[in-house]
Design a protein around this ligand. Structure first.
Ligand code: ADE
Length: 230
């Protein structure tokens, strides 16, 4: 997968991709991440990238020209499966969306800033708008890091043990069951006997029941959806 990230703050973004699984994915050659500083695409000699909105509203907008220069320049080089814009009024990110995006070849993500971008860019270039929650961030960089993290870990081969991504919370519509590691007893707190039994069928059944129970308790709306789709 190739990921092109268009941002006003490439340095802020960079650090997320230099550690842990995201760094390993790149070292293994499974994912390529490229940052594009939108200041470099400005038409003005001062490198300005924002402008006042028509109609006298407070705040600034990201201007059309630098965005279009950058997007079209990249699109001349390759086809993009999606041109994503991070925005609080976008479609809410969920595991299903991350699964779908993880199978794509080329993705572009535009990090929003200020009061947003000129609507014409949304209309004519953006193919998918994603929100990471009902709250407003200063900019799209954190949202992009969240999207990229949830997508890249699902790219085939990135996580060594394939099962580990498949058993994540939400993969099957339920949250994950509780997990334990050694020692079997700590301060009198015991690991459930079933996990030490060696009976894999029974362990799987227990995990499923725990996941159901947890989902019902913690995420009733997910539980309802799960029950209705069964
Ligand atoms: N930009 C600002 N707030 C955002 C949010 N909640 N999700 C995605 N992008 C954003």
């Amino acid at each position: 997968m190739r990921l092109d990230i268009l941002t006003l703050f490439p340095n802020m973004m960079n650090m997320f991709f230099q550690e842990s699984i995201l760094a390993r994915a790149q070292k293994k050659g499974l994912v390529e991440v490229h940052f594009h500083d939108l200041h470099d695409y400005s038409l003005t000699k001062y490198g300005s990238v924002d402008d006042y909105p028509y109609g006298g509203k407070a705040g600034m907008l990201m201007a059309v020209e630098p965005l279009v220069n950058c997007i079209e320049g990249l699109q001349k080089e390759r086809h993009y499966d999606e041109v994503i814009y991070t925005a609080p009024d976008g479609e809410m990110l969920n595991q299903g969306m991350s699964n779908e995006l993880s199978l794509k070849e080329n993705l572009m993500i535009l990090c929003g800033h200020y009061k947003g971008i000129d609507e014409r860019v949304r209309e004519h270039f953006i193919t998918k708008e994603i929100s990471i929650g009902d709250y407003v961030l200063t900019g799209g960089e954190l949202a992009t890091a969240v999207i990229a993290d949830s997508v890249i870990r699902l790219v085939p081969g990135v996580i060594g043990d394939e099962q580990s991504a498949l058993s994540d919370s939400f993969q099957d519509g339920l949250v994950a069951p509780p997990e334990y590691t050694r020692p079997p007893e700590f301060r009198g707190w015991k690991v459930p006997d079933i996990l030490l039994s060696g009976n894999h069928a029974k362990i799987e059944q227990w995990r499923y029941e725990q996941a159901l129970e947890r989902t019902k308790e913690r995420r009733p709306e997910l539980y309802k959806k799960y029950q209705s789709q069964k």
